[in-house]
Design a protein around this ligand. Structure first.
Ligand code: NAG
Ligand code: NAG
Length: 409
C-alpha cells in the first residue's frame, strides 16, 4: 500500500515535469508565466490540468477566429460589484486578467432585433445602457429617442446591453429585458459582463451587429443613456452629408495623455499602452458616423488590440483607417455639463440648448423636461426673456362653450 502510493506520487511528478519541459520548449516563457499564475490561482490540480490546454491555446494563437464565441464567465461572488455607480468604489482593475482575455471579443447575442433596419433607415440611434436603467430607457423612448419619421426621414433606435455583473442586486433583470424586448423591440443583449471596462466589447459587437443586421443604414448616432440628443439638429446636419462617404463627428479630444496615476478610474499602465498620447477620439456622450464609416471601422477594429477605454479604442480604429474625426460645436458640451453649470443662464433655458446636439448627464426628469420645453410651440427664442402669453379663450371658442351651456370665468 505504502509502496503503491509512493509510485503514484513519483509517477505524477514525472508526468508533470515532462509536461513542463514540453510546454517550456514549445511555447517559451510566456506560457510558463501563465501556468505559474494559474498554479497560484487554482489549488486544485485537476482544475489546473483541465484548463491548461484551453489557456495555452490563448497564448499560442494571437486571436480567436471571428466565428468562435466567448462566454460570460460565472459570476465570482468574491469580487462582484454593482455596475450601477461607476464612480463609487471599484475593485482595482485587473490588467493581467484583461491582457489574458483580450482575444475574447466575440460574444453571443442573447436578445436580437433582426428586423430593426427593415426598410430605408436614415438614422439608427444606439444607446449604451445597463439592465438596471429601466427608467432611463423609458424616458429616451418617449422623448428624443422615439422611433418614426422626423422631417421626412426614418429614425430607429436600439439599446446596447450586457449581462449585469452582480445579478443578486437585480434578480429580475433577465425577465425584464425579455419583456422589454418583446414590447419595444429595441434591446440588444450580449453575453458579456456589463462593466465599465467592457464597454469596448459593446462597441465591437455593435459594429458587428450593424454589419449583419443593419447594412444599409445611412447614419448612426451612438451615445450614452444619460444624454439629451437634439435629433432634429443631427438630421439637419446629416442631410448635407453623403452616407456613402466617411463621416465621423463628435466632441473630439486631441492629444490626451494616458493617466498613469493608479488612483484614477482611467489608469492605464505603460505595459498596456506605451505611447505618450492617445490618438484623436470622440469623447463624451456620443458621436455620429455614416454607414460607410461604420463598416470600415468594423473591419479596422478587428485588427486593433482590445483597449479598456471604449472611446479611446474607437480613436485607435479611426487612426487605423486614417480618418480624422470631425469636431462639431454642438457636441462640445464639456463645461456646460448641467444647466446649473452655467449659472448666468436661466436653468433650463431651452433657447440655450436649441443649438446643441448633445447635452450630458441629465436625470430622467430633466430629460423629459428638456424635451417638453424644446417642443413647446409657445417658447420663442428671439427675445432674451421668454414671455408666455396668458391663456385666453378666443371669442369663437367662448361662443361655442356658451352654446354648450358651460360657464366660463
Ligand atoms: C468582460 O466580460 C467578460 C465576459 O463576461 C468577463 O469574463 C470579464 O471579466 C469582463 N471584463 C471586465 C474588465 O469587466
Ligand atoms: C451583490 O449584491 C448583493 C445584494 O445587494 C449584495 O449583498 C452583495 O454584497 C453584492 N456583491 C458584492 C460583492 O458586491
Amino acid at each position: 500500500m505504502r509502496v503503491h502510493l509512493k509510485g503514484d506520487v513519483i509517477c505524477t511528478v514525472v508526468i508533470l515535469t515532462v509536461l513542463c519541459i514540453i510546454l517550456y520548449t514549445q511555447y517559451g516563457f510566456t506560457a510558463m508565466w501563465g501556468i505559474q499564475n494559474l498554479i497560484k490561482e487554482t489549488s486544485n490540480t485537476r482544475v489546473l490540468l483541465g484548463t491548461t490546454a484551453k489557456r495555452l491555446e490563448e497564448f499560442a494563437t494571437p486571436r480567436l477566429h471571428s466565428g468562435q464565441m466567448c462566454n460570460s464567465e460565472p459570476v465570482d461572488e468574491g469580487t462582484v460589484q454593482p455596475t450601477r455607480a461607476p464612480s463609487s468604489a471599484r475593485p482595482p482593475f485587473n490588467f493581467k486578467q484583461y491582457l489574458r482575455n483580450k482575444d475574447c471579443r466575440d460574444f453571443k447575442l442573447l436578445l436580437n432585433q433582426p428586423g430593426k433596419c427593415v426598410g430605408d433607415t436614415f438614422l439608427l440611434i444606439a444607446i449604451k445602457s445597463v439592465a438596471e436603467e429601466f427608467e432611463k430607457r423609458e424616458v429616451v423612448r418617449k422623448t428624443w429617442g422615439a422611433e418614426g419619421l422626423l422631417n421626412g426621414v426614418k429614425i430607429k433606435m436600439v439599446f446596447l446591453l450586457g449581462v449585469p455583473k452582480n445579478q443578486t442586486v437585480f434578480p429580475e433583470w433577465e425577465l425584464l429585458l425579455r419583456y422589454e424586448s418583446r414590447a419595444h423591440r429595441d434591446i440588444l443583449l450580449w453575453d458579456f459582463q456589463d462593466t465599465f471596462f467592457n464597454l469596448t466589447l459593446k462597441e465591437i459587437n455593435f459594429l458587428k451587429w450593424l454589419d449583419i443586421f443593419c447594412p444599409s443604414v445611412k447614419f448612426i448616432f451612438k451615445g450614452d443613456a444619460d444624454v439629451y440628443v437634439n435629433v432634429d439638429n443631427i438630421v439637419e446636419l446629416l442631410k448635407e452629408r453623403s452616407p456613402g462617404e466617411d463621416v465621423f463627428i463628435g466632441d473630439v479630444i486631441y492629444q490626451a495623455q494616458p493617466i498613469r496615476s493608479k488612483k484614477s478610474k482611467y489608469f492605464i499602465p505603460e505595459t498596456v499602452y506605451g505611447q505618450g498620447i492617445y490618438p484623436a477620439y470622440a469623447g463624451g456622450g456620443g458621436f455620429i458616423m455614416s454607414g460607410f464609416t461604420a463598416k470600415r471601422l468594423e473591419r479596422a477594429c478587428r485588427e486593433v488590440e482590445l483597449f479598456p477605454i471604449d472611446d479611446v479604442f474607437m480613436g485607435m480604429c479611426l487612426l487605423r483607417i486614417g480618418l480624422k474625426p470631425d469636431s462639431h460645436e454642438g457636441f462640445r458640451t464639456f463645461g456646460i455639463v448641467r444647466p446649473s453649470a452655467a449659472p448666468h443662464l436661466k436653468v433650463f433655458d431651452p433657447c440655450f440648448y436649441r443649438e446643441l446636439m448633445v447635452v450630458h448627464s441629465l436625470t430622467v426628469a430633466e430629460m423629459w423636461l428638456m424635451w417638453k420645453l424644446l417642443h413647446d410651440p409657445e417658447v420663442q427664442c428671439n427675445t432674451k426673456v421668454v414671455v408666455r402669453k396668458q391663456f385666453k379663450w378666443t371669442k369663437k371658442q367662448q361662443k361655442q362653450k356658451e352654446d354648450l351651456g358651460l360657464k366660463l370665468s
